[in-house]
Design a protein around this ligand. Structure first.
Ligand SMILES: Cc1ncc(COP(=O)(O)O)c(C=O)c1O
Length: 428
């Protein structure tokens, strides 16, 4: 089917939830994708952080092919060969003790919130007999500017109004804290808090890492009061930062961590990882899923984890090279306000949404896929197998696109004042 036919049919038949680029992709290999007209694209987005080994990695392909010929689904009413082994691998690299498998990031996050409430309720059962009020230790602290997914619990803890507003009322009991603001966290934390929820690196919110001080304070406060530190590593976990988990850069161990995106090499699979202590609040029937942790996805995930650990050093080295190249670009362009990121999760914040949009579309025309998030931020989530020559190609294209669109906007309007200039002015 042609792009025109597909897009006409979708416009008529699908819920209009996505604003797709007019490209029909038909195949991929390594860091490249090809569209229906045979045009090749360099992929600096990896299907939003999913295709971490690149497209059609032979190990993932082999695991899927082998398992598809044996058993695809069995439900969680029976055993299959892979959940236990996958849980063993994940607990080994995370420092946590137990796993629950589901189908997506938002479902993992939803389960993590349920786990936090169930754990608090086990330790502080509400009701007249126990003398504990029904709202005791039910409060969740979540972060401004965060993103945890599209289901109701995930939206209730997502600190961006545009995602939440159309669906109110959401799950109650959530208070938002200013991200990386120690005083605000200290002020809002009390004995009724059952969980502090943090994305170790906010992804959708513009690639903003949590500060060591803030994560340290969240860890201390939760430990002292019996609340849980819940980290969302759906985007930044599983090797993207050059370590297995983002929190491993900080020397902090969470009580619960959620993962998804790259876990099964492109098949849908999410997981909640937690401690033995927290796991005691669960019993059969309290949580579950029909599809989650099926043999096909778990077999692919085992193959993914074997490759991921071989690539960590490479991701770290490419991350450093990439960030240095972005920093050099920053020196050349007034319109760049900030360079942020860890490992292969990097971003450029520009001084206008129009410029970010123009640069992203210019690159797409030239055959390079990047993503714009939080209006003004160009986000880069390349596959872990990316090499210096690919980074060089991107940087060159960014340099040219920024130059072109800065020139256009300067002829139209006065040059924009950058944040750096504003800051310099404020400090003068
Ligand atoms: C940090 C984070 N949490 C949760 C989600 C939701 O994951 P999913 O789209 O698989 O439901 C995302 C997706 O982008 C994410 O980046």
């Amino acid at each position: 089917m042609s792009l025109a036919t597909v897009s006409r049919m979708e416009a008529k038949l699908l819920l209009p939830t996505y604003e797709r680029q007019p490209i029909l992709f038909v195949r991929g290999r390594g860091v490249y994708l090809w569209d229906s007209k045979g045009k090749r694209y360099l992929d600096f987005l990896s299907g939003i952080g999913v295709n971490a080994l690149g497209h059609n990695h032979p190990a993932i392909q082999a695991a899927i092919k082998r398992q598809a010929g044996r058993l695809i689904h069995i439900s969680n009413l029976f055993f299959h060969e892979y959940q236990a082994e996958l849980a063993r691998l994940l607990t080994e690299i995370s420092g946590l003790d137990r796993a629950f498998f589901c189908n997506s990031g938002t479902e993992a996050w939803e389960g993590a919130l349920k786990l936090a409430r169930a754990f608090a309720q086990m330790n502080h059962p509400p009701g007249a007999a126990s003398g504990v009020p029904s709202n005791a230790k039910t409060q969740i602290l979540a972060m401004d500017n965060s993103f945890h997914g599209r289901t109701f619990g995930a939206l209730a803890t997502t600190g961006q109004l545009k995602y939440r507003a159309p669906f109110t009322p959401l799950v109650p009991g959530v208070t938002f804290v200013k991200f990386n603001d120690l005083d605000d966290l200290q002020r809002k934390f009390d004995a009724n808090v059952c969980a502090v929820c943090i994305e170790t690196i906010q992804g959708e919110g513009g690639v903003c890492p949590v500060s060591a001080e803030f994560l340290g304070l969240a860890s201390r406060l939760t430990r002292q009061s019996g609340a849980l530190l819940v980290l969302d590593e759906i985007q930044c976990g599983l090797g993207r930062t050059g370590r297995h988990f983002g929190y491993q850069h900080y020397g902090v161990l969470p009580d619960i961590v959620t993962i998804a995106k790259p876990l099964a090499g492109g098949l849908p699979l999410g997981a909640i990882l937690t401690t033995e202590r927290v796991a005691t609040c669960m019993h059969p029937g309290l949580h579950g899923t029909t599809f989650g942790g099926g043999p096909l996805a778990c077999a692919a995930a085992i193959a993914f984890l074997r490759e991921e650990k071989k690539l960590l050093k490479h991701v770290g080295a490419m991350g450093e090279y990439f960030q240095a190249a972005l920093a050099a670009l920053d020196q050349k362009h007034k319109s760049i306000l900030d360079v942020r990121g860890v490992g292969l999760m990097q971003a450029l914040e520009l001084d206008s949404a129009d410029l970010a949009k123009a640069v992203a579309s210019q690159l797409l025309k030239e055959g390079i896929i990047i993503n714009r998030t939080h209006e003004t931020v160009l986000r880069f989530l390349p596959p872990y197998i990316i090499q210096k020559k690919h980074i060089d190609q991107l940087i060159e294209a960014l340099d040219a696109a920024l130059r072109k669109h800065e020139e256009i906007s300067q002829t139209k309007t006065k040059p924009a004042t950058t944040r750096r200039e504003k800051e310099a002015h404020a400090h003068a």
